[in-house]
Design a protein around this ligand. Structure first.
Ligand code: NDP
Length: 487
């Protein structure tokens, strides 16, 4: 038997057998090439269209399939079906990422890491689109595009721009807590397996009786925390920019499945009114002394994707993808993300991106949305495409409605409470031992030393000083500057 007899037939996209995939059709042996070679045309044309727009943020990522298993009964707090029984398992797909770099950028840079989990539940998909940090730089989505511009490339030089980074941070003091976390040892996790994950925002859980609580999610790595320093990160970035991508893939391939213990903090609904700060402000954590961690379950990643583009590049997570029992909170940053993520996917992947295999819910989807580019399922067949209708189209279930939330106030462009940018950044600083503090200061000084304007450096030093006078003093010394007088 010849070798070709054991192989599948090569076909055109139209399914017709291809006779020759090595030699284009030419007029004689020296050409020119004939336009009637439609197989050649199709090959070249498809190749030109291989790239889809990369994500503006979180472009470089790695992902894996696995499961989530409930280990503690949280049904008194939420009616989410996938959480209603100890031992229940739900398939997940999880994507880790860096934030600022492009698709080909290095894995080992100082940057927050994305930590996005898609739960394929019996009530449809639930996406928890978090980071490896419990807080964020901003708390109002209106600042997000400006912030990301400072993390990307300078419009003139097309290079990363520390001036823009520190100018923006120093003029946006709500960023100080996250800036501090980012420059601690945890700012460069050794691998995607050795970092925690956080839902970061506050969410609402509602139980069968219609009673709600506020929650925050914590995923604690069962591999433990492991970090690398800047020098090691830079060295690995030069030698193997895909280091963490490879680490995740190889660990799963070897059967060493990474896992995370999942916890929540729960705040009674009414305590949000009286807590000492706005609990929906994503630049702040809830003290674990006030709201201790409650175990929920365990996430295990045990299967690599078979195809990176199909499963990782096309994976579309949205913080607005909730299931009954889990809802949004008033967090203004979350509110902006509820729109922005699905909108990004509509741009990158099209209006029907939820029908792609990695995004497709594992339950039947019934609605009145029809048509659109790349509608590749049955498009609802002949079923009614409008509601109300008398023809048996899908009907709503009032039990799946979210719990009502009382709100008050005037519609206005209102600032968050500005009274405290500093306490929690200072708490974190004081939690570090002396060596960790020294490394934090060194990392900040290294990043700030190329900033051109002293005015920017001094403004930022003032913020560090307000968090903790020693913190400000050490950064100022590292930069050869004096702490400005704080009024
Ligand atoms: P707690 O002592 O109860 O909690 C401290 C938390 O800090 C633990 O979750 C610990 O995580 C984490 N942590 C330790 N070292 C670092 C680090 N280098 N970078 C980031 N996190 C670290 O205190 P509070 O709840 O009062 O919080 C104090 C400070 O801890 C906060 O200001 C915040 O910056 C930080 N933090 C708080 C979290 C929270 O949910 N309250 C979550 C993460 C950080 P681990 O057990 O894994 O070491």
């Amino acid at each position: 038997m010849s070798e070709t007899q054991n192989r599948e037939q090569l076909t055109t996209s139209g399914g017709a057998p291809v006779g020759d995939n090595q030699n284009s059709i030419t007029a004689g042996s020296r050409g020119p090439t004939l336009i009637q070679d439609v197989h050649l045309l199709e090959k070249l044309a498809h190749f030109n269209r291989e790239r889809i727009p990369e994500r503006v943020v979180h472009a470089k990522g790695a992902g894996a399939h696995g499961y989530f298993e409930v280990t503690n009964d949280v049904s008194p707090y939420t009616k989410a079906k996938f959480l209603n029984k100890v031992g229940k398992r739900t398939p997940v797909f999880t994507r880790f990422s860096t934030v600022a770099g492009e698709r080909g950028s290095a894995d080992t840079v100082r940057d927050p890491r994305g930590f996005a989990v898609k739960f394929y539940t019996e009530d449809g998909n639930y996406d928890l689109v978090g980071n490896n940090t419990p807080v964020f730089f901003l708390r109002d989505a209106i600042k997000f595009p400006d912030f990301i511009h400072t993390q990307k490339r300078n419009p003139a030089t097309n290079m990363k721009d520390p001036n823009a980074v520190w100018d923006f941070f120093s003029l946006s003091p709500e960023s100080l807590h996250q800036v501090t976390i980012l420059h601690t040892d945890r700012g460069i996790p050794a691998t995607y397996r050795h970092m925690h994950g956080f839902g970061s925002h506050t969410f609402k859980w509602t139980n069968e009786e219609g009673n709600s609580v506020w929650v925050k999610y914590h995923f604690k790595s069962e591999q433990g925390i492991k970090n690398i320093d800047e020098e090691t990160g830079n060295k690995i970035a030069g030698e193997n920019p895909d280091y963490k991508t490879g680490d995740l893939y190889e660990a799963i391939e070897k059967g060493s499945y990474p896992s995370w213990k999942v916890y929540v903090q729960i705040m009674p609904l009414e305590e949000a009114q009286t807590y000492r700060f706005d609990p929906f402000d994503v630049t702040k954590v809830w003290s674990q002394k006030d709201y201790p961690l409650i175990e929920v379950g365990r996430m295990v990643l045990d299967q690599n994707p078979e195809n990176y583009f199909a499963e990782v590049e096309q994976a579309a997570f949205s913080p607005g993808r909730f299931v009954p029992g889990i809802e949004a909170s008033p967090d203004k940053m979350l509110q902006g993300r509820l729109f922005a993520y699905s909108d990004a996917h509509r741009y990158r992947l099209g209006a029907n991106h939820e029908a792609l295999p990695v995004n497709r819910p594992r339950v039947q989807v019934n609605n009145y949305q029809r048509d659109g580019l790349m509608r590749f399922d049955g498009n609802g067949g002949g079923k009614p495409n409008y509601e109300p209708n008398s023809y048996g189209g899908p009907a709503e279930d009032p039990n799946s409605k979210g719990a009502p939330l009382e709100v008050s106030g005037y519609a206005d462009s209102v600032r968050y409470d500005e009274s405290d940018y500093y306490t929690q950044a200072g708490d974190l600083y004081r939690l570090l031992d002396n060596e960790e503090k020294a490394r934090l200061v060194k990392n900040i000084v290294e990043s700030m030393k190329t900033v051109e304007k002293d005015e920017i450096k001094l403004r930022q030093i003032e913020h560090f000083s307000k968090a903790d006078p020693e913190y400000g003093q050490l950064v100022a010394e590292g930069l050869g500057l004096k702490v400005p007088e704080i009024v």
